[in-house]
Write a protein that binds this ligand. Structure first.
Ligand SMILES: [Zn+2]
Ligand SMILES: [Zn+2]
Length: 110
């Protein structure tokens, strides 16, 4: 097509004020307005934040008292208080659904 080839395409960013990269603050020539390497850096930062958060949550789980997993104890699903398995109801008023021959965990689920 001779008509098309006679026109030189003008890059879009030459007509517009150049956007500043939100990560490093420098002028960015990419259509997204952010340097590709800066976009990667920002993604890495977010991934690191999430990873740290996950690690912190994992540590919190580890810090739970070991008595919670004892076969003679169970946690109330309402107030999270640990009760002896023989207690039929919690201090908060929650009544455990216990059946003969059913383990505390299964009894709670029912
Ligand atoms: Zn940048
Ligand atoms: Zn309770």
């Amino acid at each position: 097509m001779p008509y098309m080839s006679s026109r030189k395409p003008v890059p879009l960013f030459d007509r517009q004020p150049r956007p500043l990269c939100p990560v490093c603050g420098e002028t960015s020539y990419s259509p997204a307005g952010i340097h590709p390497q800066c976009a990667v850096r920002r993604l890495d930062d977010e991934r690191m934040k999430k990873m740290k958060l996950r690690v912190a949550q994992g540590q919190q789980e580890k810090f739970q008292p070991p008595g919670d997993t004892s076969p003679w104890k169970r946690a109330c699903p309402v107030c999270r208080a640990t009760q002896h398995v023989r207690c039929k109801s919690c201090q908060c008023g929650h009544v455990f659904a216990m059946r003969p021959g059913v383990s505390p965990e299964q009894g709670e689920a029912l």
